[in-house]
Write a protein that binds this ligand. Structure first.
Ligand code: ARG
Length: 532
């Protein structure tokens, strides 16, 4: 919080001096904030004297066309506990895997980023509705029903539920290459399902239950929770009614073959089909119904769709259609993200080679176990699990989400690099000093330049959260943590803490650092540890 107050004070000082209050962060080390002005030298004196009445401004300096503001670390340190207090309601649509298919790394990214955004918005004071828009409806169920009825049984399903569903789904595609008429048959099954065939519905329900149970295990492992998992099937009837409504309102039109579409030419986009010629709904129809439902039920100020970048054109279409429906689509945002790239450059797209989520977690876990091998800690497996999950999450969240995320096992698990284990370990190190040093805390006065830098970093916590929230980019928080940890480690190597005669002050200082690291980790959905 202090940094945000400092920023306001700089802006106010500029206003008082009659200068446009436009401040920004200069390159590191120069100042804390600065402003640019063509006639900086002529307004400098009045800005400097106006700044006198603002306590967080310690000094103002002139450098060419720039006026630099320096923050008072001592005063900033005393304001660290102030909270953000925003309000608003946000629906976050994330994870959203597809039934009867294993969760892939794209869904993992969505789960991790969405969960982090959930924590960020709640921390800032928002009411969050976390909704898992599960892909539990669509033509793939026609294929699955056909495949199950022809090639599987309840017994086989019980034996290895997900394995069996995957097997018959793959088999369907193989067979359909030889006998294209299967596609037509599958379509027929899906149509019967949409029309409410009881027997098919019961099978569908079975597939959904099996998959949801499996997904649940992954969410437990990742420690991710949802308020709702309404899923696409929830919207089927609503979607059909919506098509009627849009036709009646003239927003949708019928093609010669009976299919229905929304004309998006005014937006420079291709038309959006919302009903197939056989009368069944599509992904986008259920999407539009979900928008209507969410608007009416939650009255959100924002809706975030945490979905891979490859659907960006799709979301442009959907948001444009929503606008035609009369909704303020400016509050919807596609929070897109890039692919996952491995070190040897191989991509994993939804079409290409699928990296299975479970394999990734298993591998991280065994690497973590190996790292902790000769450490003397209790509950080693539990700690290893938290290190593993933290490593995977941090690796994802530290990178700008719009870029491809690199998957390099050595870096992900490294205790020294820019990794989750590094941040967790730094915090553990602080905790262990705190255990040794006792609990007689005293007043802290930042003295060395590293200490001052740390205080400045601490003061930027809420400012950083706010930036992450505004752009829906948790990587600001990850970078913040890395910076803070690196500064702490510098401090740790250059400072004698125990025996310094200033233990009390350092207890206060270290507690503040640890609190910020833990809050930051929490916002990334990562559990801090006491020992590792
Ligand atoms: N199930 C979809 C997929 O795996 C993602 C759904 C994302 N959410 C949404 N409202 N469209 O591609």
């Amino acid at each position: 919080m202090p940094f945000m107050i400092f920023k306001e004070q700089c802006e106010d000082a500029l206003k008082d001096a009659g200068v446009r209050p436009n401040v920004f962060e200069p390159p590191k080390g120069i100042a804390d904030l600065c402003t640019f002005s063509k006639n900086a030298d002529s307004v400098f004196e009045s800005v400097k004297s106006a700044s006198k009445k603002y306590p967080l401004i310690k000094d103002v300096t002139l450098a060419g066309h720039y006026i630099n503001f320096h923050m008072d670390e001592e005063k900033a340190f005393n304001l660290l506990d102030k909270k953000l207090s925003e309000s608003g309601t946000v629906v976050i649509d994330f994870s959203s895997p597809n039934i009867a298919k294993p969760m892939n790394i794209g869904h993992l990214r969505s789960t991790i980023i969405g969960d982090s955004l959930r924590h960020i918005y709640s921390y800032a004071g928002w009411k969050v509705v976390a909704d898992n828009h599960v892909g539990d409806w669509g033509t793939q169920f026609g294929k699955l029903l056909y495949a199950y009825i022809h090639w599987s049984s309840k017994e086989k399903l019980d034996e290895d539920p997900i394995g069996e569903l995957t097997r018959i789904y793959i088999k369907f595609h193989k067979e359909a290459e030889k006998r294209p008429e299967l596609i037509e048959e599958a379509r027929e099954y899906f149509k019967r399902l949409e029309n409410g065939d009881e027997k098919l519905k019961a099978l569908w329900k079975l597939f959904v239950d099996i998959s949801m149970k499996e997904f649940g295990k992954t969410y437990d492992l990742l420690n991710v929770k949802f308020d709702y998992a309404l899923g696409e099937s929830f919207y089927v009837d609503k979607a059909k009614e919506l098509v009627e409504e849009l036709l009646a309102r003239g927003i949708a039109k019928t093609n010669d073959d009976g299919s229905v579409y929304i004309d998006l030419k005014p937006f420079g986009l291709t038309d959006l089909i919302i009903l197939k010629s056989d009368g069944s709904t599509l992904y986008q129809t259920r999407e539009l119904a979900a928008i209507k439902y969410r608007e009416e039920t939650f009255r959100p100020d924002r809706i975030l769709y945490v979905v891979g970048q490859e659907q960006s054109l799709y979301f442009k279409q959907v948001f444009s259609a929503a606008k035609l429906m009369g909704f303020d689509s400016s509050k919807y945002e596609h929070v897109g993200f890039g692919l996952v790239v491995t070190k040897d450059g191989k991509l994993s797209t939804r079409k290409g080679k699928i990296i299975l989520l479970k394999d990734v977690i298993d591998k991280a876990f065994s690497l973590a176990m190996k790292i902790l091998e000769d450490r003397d800690i209790e509950n080693k497996e539990d700690v290893a699990r938290k290190v593993a999950v933290g490593a995977i999450k941090f690796n994802d969240l530290k990178q700008n989400r719009t870029k491809d995320v690199e998957f390099d096992w050595d870096r992900i698990m490294s205790f020294e690099g820019d990794s989750g284990p590094y941040v967790q370990y730094t915090n553990v190190r602080i905790k262990s000093i705190l255990r040794k040093i006792g609990s007689n805390s005293g007043v802290f006065h930042p003295k060395s330049s590293t200490e001052k830098k740390i205080v400045k970093e601490l003061s930027k916590f809420n400012y950083t959260v706010k930036k992450a929230l505004n752009e829906n980019k948790p990587n600001y928080i990850a970078s913040y943590l890395l910076e803070l940890c690196t500064l702490f480690n510098t401090f740790y190597h250059e400072t004698r803490i125990i025996g310094s005669g200033n233990e009390g002050g350092y207890i206060t200082f270290l507690n503040e650092i640890s609190k910020k690291i833990e809050s930051g980790l929490y916002l990334l959905g990562i559990e801090p540890l006491e020992r590792m």
